[in-house]
Design a protein around this ligand. Sequence first.
Ligand code: C2O
Ligand code: CU
Ligand code: CU
Length: 536
Amino acid sequence: MTTRRGFLKGSTLAAAGAVAPRVFAHAMPRAAPPAIPNLDPNKLARFVDPLPLPAVARAVGVYTVPGPAGAQARVPHYRLAMRAIAGKLHRDLPPTNLWSYGGVLPGVMFETRSGEGLAVEWVNELPDRHFLPIDHSLHGAERGSAESRGVVHLHGGKTPPDSDGYPEDWYPPGQSRTYYYPNDQEAALLWYHDHSMGINRLNVYAGLLGLHVIRDGPEEALHLPGGKYEVPLVLFDRDLTTAGQLSYPVSADPDRPWVPEVFGELHLVNGKIFPYLAVEPRKYRLRVLNAANGRFYRLSMTPDVEMHQIGGDQGLLAAPIPVRDVQLAPGERADLIVDFSQQRGARVLLVSEALELMQFRVGASRVSDPSLLPAALRSVPRLPESSAIQTRRLTLDETTNMVAESQGMLLNKTPWHMPVTERPVLGTTEIWELVNLTDDVHPIHLHMVRFQVLDRRRFDGFQYMTAGSLRYLGTAMAPDANEMGWKDTVRVNAKTVTRIIVPFEGYPGRYVWHCHILEHEDNEMMRPYEVLAAGS
Ligand code: C2O
Ligand code: CU
Ligand code: CU
């Protein structure tokens, strides 16, 4: 019997195109059996709940943003509370206790346009006690400080540092912060989520996440399927108890309940388990986010439906790419055009390998479809390597204890609290070589910036460990065609150097970069970085 982790990670690796067999170099702390048994997904009726669509946020007023030299801008002002709710995740389950932004899961969705800023007062109205297992041995989650802390980060946003949700900027119930999002960037599907130091994984698992769509004129001029033909799909997995309540796995050590990875057995789309969506036999634009803590999805349709990927994390690709399946690591997004016109009257499933996620019920009568799938979408000039003024080699590391159990992951062998080591200058471009010394795929995310993936190249891990030198195995592989757009999260495969090229455009100040497997991020696989003002 392979372990569940071995099976899942193995399939992730296979999906990532790695050729080396997975080697288990060490044991991981096992998740202890849950106190209340988990709900078996096969006990739930499939496709009985309609797919919910995210509620759109409404401004409550106008906010004046102080600009440089006394200038001011007036932007829409929103107010959203983080609070405990009970949500129906499936027709046959009792309401589940959740934490939410704005009373729904996923949280209310921001709809905005490029260059049109907005301000959000994020109010922490959470109950004083957390309802998921805090590990007080983790840095930033020490006993004695507020349990139900919150701080919001807009993932993919080019946001000033004091509104970016720095993990240590969390605040307790009863307080709020007003953050300003300039949205001064190209059309893209962003998402916001909690980023509190040491308990981020628990807060997101509880439900603190939502979407933020930025639109722009060039995208609208393409006449992609829009309105009710544009459907956001937020994917994540959870475990529930047989009583329908969230179950977050813990280790066998009550003083150190942290587990290195979480793979829930129930899959939710827009907050429902096994939903269905009635569609017309025509083109749809599906905007997919993997918001899972640690699960990688490999999405396809069955039966096969014509599908093109038109965008990724940071907006449109140069041209549509025909795809049969799409890999999404936690944090990644895919913008898909799916054409149901050949499936009149059929049932089509969205699946991730063997897992059924949701059902599309295609209408039987012919409809007209004025939407387009243009041959060219947007110019995405590839950044020449020569535009980089510096290359940083940064490692992804796993630490183990004396019995070879994982104690967590690190970036560049440096824990969070050490002084900042990455200090790029605003307006310059750098190449970051991400050297993954571990046996896992890690989705690496940088705040504030967008980047392009240059290539991936496998190396001899043993030689690196013993001699400290990089011996490449084989040639560098170009990114997948659907990774050739602007990105903010990149899969860094095991024993592989992944190179990204990053223009540091935006704002000077303190940001973070981290692995988007939230269990890793919460346990030291996150580092600050600082953008220096030009000329400093
Ligand atoms: Cu999606 Cu640092 O975050
Ligand atoms: Cu982010
Ligand atoms: Cu990781």
